[in-house]
Design a protein around this ligand. Structure first.
Ligand SMILES: C[S@@+](CC[C@H](N)C(=O)[O-])C[C@H]1O[C@@H](n2cnc3c(N)ncnc32)[C@H](O)[C@@H]1O
Length: 140
């Protein structure tokens, strides 16, 4: 994941990333260690998952749809298993307020998102138990 993010991210400015559905923050803990000068934050809706945090990471309990994506230049959406209408809302919100690299497990379908982004690549990502295709977009 770190290599994929590094490949597509701007080289001129440091990465300020946001993980949507970050669980206990394990992924961003590794990303900030592996990608030089990067800083990461994460939001997780489950209080239980947030309270399982054991690493030094900036995460909080909240609904990703209520957050402001403007400060970030990389967004990562984990395998969120969203209902279609929530996924649609999320993609529209990203299109309207985010600019940068968006990494997602879901193939985006929202027309506003598709108009204001460019697909860059789809790569197979290995997790501890399976392979996922993840899609990388540049959002303008
Ligand atoms: C597949 S899990 C991944 C968690 C984490 N990346 C990990 O590896 O432990 C997806 C997470 O998204 C969270 N989630 C689902 N809907 C959300 C929302 N609207 N806002 C924030 N988090 C949400 C779930 O609670 C769940 O923890």
């Amino acid at each position: 994941m770190a290599k994929t993010i590094d490949r597509f991210s701007p080289k001129s400015i440091p990465i300020h990333g946001f993980d949507l559905g970050c669980g206990d923050g394990e992924l961003i803990y590794h990303l900030q260690k592996q990608i030089q000068d990067s800083t990461w934050e994460g939001v997780e809706i489950s209080e239980h998952r947030v309270s399982a945090q054991s690493r030094d990471v900036t995460i909080w309990q909240g609904d990703m749809l209520e957050e402001n994506y403007r400060p970030y230049n990389v967004l990562h959406a984990d395998n969120l298993c969203l209902e279609d209408h929530i996924a649609d809302k999320l993609e529209k919100k990203i299109a309207l307020e985010f600019s940068g690299i968006y990494i997602t497990y879901r193939t985006p379908e929202n027309p506003t998102f598709l108009r204001s982004s460019k697909w860059l690549d789809t790569v197979s990502m290995e997790t501890t138990w399976t392979h996922h295709p993840i899609h990388i977009y540049r959002v303008f």
